[in-house]
Design a protein around this ligand. Structure first.
Ligand code: SAH
Ligand code: SF4
Length: 355
């Protein structure tokens, strides 16, 4: 359902549901393929020129073809772009386009706000407003794809606002929609879910038969420190999260990546490096170090602490990457645009929806 209008958003329907819905309108099965392809290219019903005009009218009266409006777009000198979208119920979400010579990645939001409340995260500080629908998740990729042409989106990461595994069903449905050959056809291997670490959902995801990448936001190697940085750790301690990660790696054959926001003077000590080395022993894993982005939308992250911590980890035999801060000088971290947009929207919403 579309929040606010109560009409079904066709962009969130799996092909079999679309076939059934069109059959109710007396339409043959091939119409579903046509409609699906149009929707996932970002078309409105009026653009679906190979459908009978009466069907286009009927669909427009009874359903929606996406619901998001583009509220803002900021582009960094390196081509990275941050998009602010307004939902039908007037909330703001964000997505990021990350260009690269060999791939084009979209970072999507899975919830409006987040209930987990990590200490350094702007989204977490806002609390949870609601889950996004599968249609709203897919539409972020569709709209960013329109803006990225002639490049094709090759990768999707669930690293925007929200905790994807707390919105499990919509996220997995969105993955299946993005992966479908009638639409954007993005390989599941090129889709990654980043989670604060919900063990039961990680194990469930391992059994979906999807080859998704899994990134676990660990940030600390002791429960004492993780309890403070990622409050959900009090319910799901490190040992449980790592056990689920082991099962995920075993079941999918994929290496698990661990995210670590480097908070200088807190989690970049040699003691944390040593303990992390011990925790990851025997697990097909790599560590992604992310220089902490100052929240509040100002200042740039300092990579020095991350580079020094990377050396400590490599000394433990751990595979490490330090995330380059693409576009951060203009864009801030995920979760930070919303604060800026809220200010803008209070000054008067100038939201437009591309045709
Ligand atoms: N909820 C999921 C996915 C969204 S957050 C998760 O926590 O994994 C995506 C990543 O951004 C997480 O690794 C998170 O720790 C990181 N992040 C959040 N706030 C940040 C900040 N201020 N600076 C750098 N990274 C941040
Ligand atoms: Fe939520 Fe992820 Fe932010 Fe933590 S880092 S508050 S889990 S969005």
């Amino acid at each position: 359902m579309t929040p606010a209008s109560g009409r079904p958003d066709l962009l969130g329907l799996l092909p079999e549901r679309l076939v059934a819905l069109l059959a109710e309108l007396g339409q043959p099965a091939y119409r579903a393929r046509q409609v699906f392809a149009w929707l996932h290219r970002g078309a409105g019903f009026q653009d679906m020129t190979d459908l009978p005009a009466s069907l286009r009218r009927r669909l427009a009266e009874t359903s929606t073809a996406g619901t998001l409006r583009v509220a803002a777009r900021q582009t960094a000198p390196d081509g990275a772009a941050k998009f602010g979208f307004t939902t039908a119920d007037d909330n703001l979400i964000e997505s990021v386009l990350i260009p690269h010579p060999r791939r084009t990645t979209v970072c999507v939001s899975s919830q409006i706000g987040c209930a987990v409340g990590c200490q350094f995260c702007a989204t977490g500080q806002q609390g949870l407003v609601r889950d996004l629908t599968a249609g709203e998740i897919v539409e972020q990729v569709v709209r960013v794809q329109q803006a990225a042409l002639p490049h094709r989106v090759t990768n999707v990461v669930f690293m925007g606002m929200g905790e994807p595994l707390a919105n499990y069903d919509a996220v997995v449905r969105a993955v299946r929609l993005l992966n479908h050959p009638w639409g954007l056809h993005i390989a599941a291997r090129h889709i990654a879910i980043s989670t604060c670490g919900l063990p039961a959902q990680i194990i469930r995801l391992a059994a979906e038969g999807l080859q998704l990448g899994l990134a676990i936001s660990l940030h600390a190697a002791t429960d004492e420190m993780r309890d403070r940085l990622v409050p959900i750790n009090r319910r799901h301690p490190i040992a449980d999260v790592l056990q689920a990660a082991r099962e995920y790696a075993c079941r999918t054959g994929r290496k698990v990546s661990f995210q670590w926001v480097v908070v200088p003077g807190v989690n970049d000590t040699s003691d944390q490096a040593r303990r992390l080395g011990r925790l990851l022993r025997g697990l097909p894993a790599m560590v992604n170090l992310i220089p902490e982005n100052p929240t509040g939308g100002s200042g740039t992250p300092d990579a020095r602490a991350a580079l020094a911590f990377a050396r400590l980890l490599r000394g433990q035999g751990i595979e490490v990457a330090v995330r380059r801060s693409r576009g951060t000088e203009v864009l801030g971290a995920c979760g930070q645009l919303r604060g800026q947009l809220d200010d803008q929207s209070r000054a008067g919403r100038a939201a437009t929806r591309p045709a």
